[in-house]
Design a protein around this ligand. Structure first.
Ligand SMILES: *Cc1c(COP(=O)(O)O)cnc(C)c1O
Length: 498
């Protein structure tokens, strides 16, 4: 299995190199040359396997140069009972007839990014070893909240790596900040940046491009790398849970052989829903992939019109992990749907960079619309979905998953389709507890209270437990107090690395 760039330049590379590089040298994304298809025998066999066995079997298809033992070490190191609070890793819960919730948030940070970031560091260091690269990898992350903590937990104490996370001092919630500044591990650093997320992001990009830093680190046998969601090593582990969910539905008798399912995915960077698309290409019979957005509804517009236009106001919503205007992973989908037409992809991406928008041709749009359906949910609709699902179905949704449910209801009303459906649930309700509490508790109960007090009220009112990783935060020791300015970020990195 080799990987090629979606922009068509350069030679195909092996998986290890694609994972280590993260992004292709021509600026494109690495894509497998061919997508493996699983046969009926494997799907049937998987019914008897646990999550780790399913994961190992699927990863092996895409990482043929990795030995079975290497893959097993990566899989078991990532998905185990120390890190995940549910034996099934990604349990599938029936909400009502023919409607299921795939809970992807039982990992250490209570959000779905753990599904990929628990295993990425292991795939990365195994890849480096296979390529004979003995450098220490310095992972730099700028975060608006979720990714930073998930990356810290993933890279914590992984030999051969260091991780440095920058977050905007005024841009993250109290819980998110506390999650990061209490981070344990001997290879981790965290710094607050006086500025917003863009300042932190720009600062990190400048450090990646800084000759001074590159040379200094080379002298220390170190290399910089990133953990962002365009790395194939982050996408691949996400394919697993869609296949696993399908296998569960077959196993329980919910669906018969050949019967199709819908997946509904609350979408930001298009990574999670793209993984569902790959699961379909590998043999999961999919009816529709339902792409759910918040008020930053650039993907809704694209899927309905074929125009991707990022020139719009950035909206701050109660589902902040989907507040994104450039959905990078869409490039991979277009590459697949055009039959690997790198020339067309390069032109569209150039249009996006130069004019802030691109329009795909009619044929490509038709292919997109054959498989995808899209709509969005306003904050008010999202709150109403949380309230209604709690009161009618006794299930507490986080704000991102509620976007998915609301859009699914719009789809049902529009399409009249009652095919078995799986909603990807991307965060614990306690991860975004203040907004969830606003949707289910009376306003006077929460007014003037701290985030931690609100979490306790929410827990008391619903009878649900606060995940341990969030509950203990208030009493945990603060280990990271560095505050820096955008201009001093480079110096901060170097000071962490002496
Ligand atoms: C990152 C994230 C998303 C969006 O996922 P993409 O892969 O970027 O589409 C949705 N919900 C939560 C809670 C997230 O952290």
């Amino acid at each position: 299995m080799r990987y090629i760039s979606s922009r068509g330049q350069g030679q195909p590379v092996e998986a290890a190199e694609a994972i280590l590089k993260g992004i292709a040298p021509d600026g494109g994304l690495f894509v497998p040359e061919a997508i493996p298809v699983l046969d009926k025998v494997i799907f049937n066999a998987m019914g008897e396997w646990n999550y780790q066995q399913r994961a190992a079997s699927i990863l092996k298809q895409y990482l043929p140069e990795f030995s079975n033992e290497e893959i097993d070490i990566c899989v078991h190191g990532a998905y185990n009972r120390d890190s995940f609070d549910d034996e099934q890793i990604a349990p599938l819960i029936m909400l009502k007839e023919h409607l299921y919730i795939l809970e992807l948030w039982h990992g250490p940070t209570s959000a779905f990014k753990d599904m990929a970031l628990q295993i990425l560091p292991r795939l990365l260091t195994t890849s480096a070893r296979k390529l004979g690269d003995m450098s220490e990898f310095v992972i730099l992350v700028a975060t608006s909240g979720d990714t930073g903590k998930a990356a810290l937990e993933g890279f914590k104490d992984v030999d051969g790596t260091r991780i440095i996370v920058f977050y905007p001092r005024e841009g993250v919630s109290q819980v998110q900040e506390r999650q990061m500044v209490t981070q344990e591990g001997r290879n981790v650093n965290v710094a607050a940046v006086k500025g917003n997320f863009d300042d932190a992001q720009t600062g990190v990009k400048q450090i990646f491009a800084s000759r001074n830093v590159i040379n200094l680190l080379a002298g220390q046998n170190r290399k910089m790398s990133s953990a962002n969601s365009i790395n194939w090593g982050r996408l691949l582990p996400q394919i697993v849970y869609y296949i696993s969910a399908y296998v569960e539905l077959r196993q329980s008798g919910e669906i018969a052989e050949g019967e199709t399912v819908n997946f509904v995915v609350p979408t930001g960077n298009f990574g999670n829903i793209l993984a569902a698309y790959y699961a379909g290409r590998m043999g999961v019979p999919i009816n529709k992939l339902i792409c759910a957005s918040n008020a930053n509804n650039v993907l809704t517009e694209f899927i309905n019109t074929g125009v991707y236009d990022r020139q719009r106001k950035f909206e701050k919503t109660i589902s902040p992990s989907m507040d994104i205007l450039i959905s990078s992973n869409l490039e991979r989908l277009l590459f697949e749907l055009t039959g690997h037409d790198a020339v067309r992809i390069s032109q569209w991406m150039k249009d996006l960079q130069q004019n802030g928008q691109y329009r795909v041709d009619e044929e490509t749009l038709k292919k997109v619309r054959a498989l995808f359906w899209a709509d969005y949910s306003s904050d008010a609709e999202t709150r109403a979905a949380i309230n209604k699902t709690w009161n009618q179905d006794n299930y507490l949704l986080d704000t991102h998953t509620a976007v998915a449910i609301d859009v699914y209801n719009k789809y049902r009303a529009a399409a009249g389709d009652d095919c078995t459906t799986v909603i990807a649930s991307t965060a614990s309700p306690f991860k975004f507890g203040s907004s969830v509490a606003e949707a289910v508790l009376k306003p006077d109960k929460i007014q003037g209270r701290s985030e931690f007090e609100i979490l306790r009220l929410l827990s008391a009112a619903t009878g649900l437990q606060i995940p341990p990783g969030i509950e203990n935060l208030e009493s945990k020791e603060i280990r990271h107090r560095t505050v820096t300015t955008p201009d001093e970020m480079e110096q901060t990195v170097l000071s962490f690395l002496v």
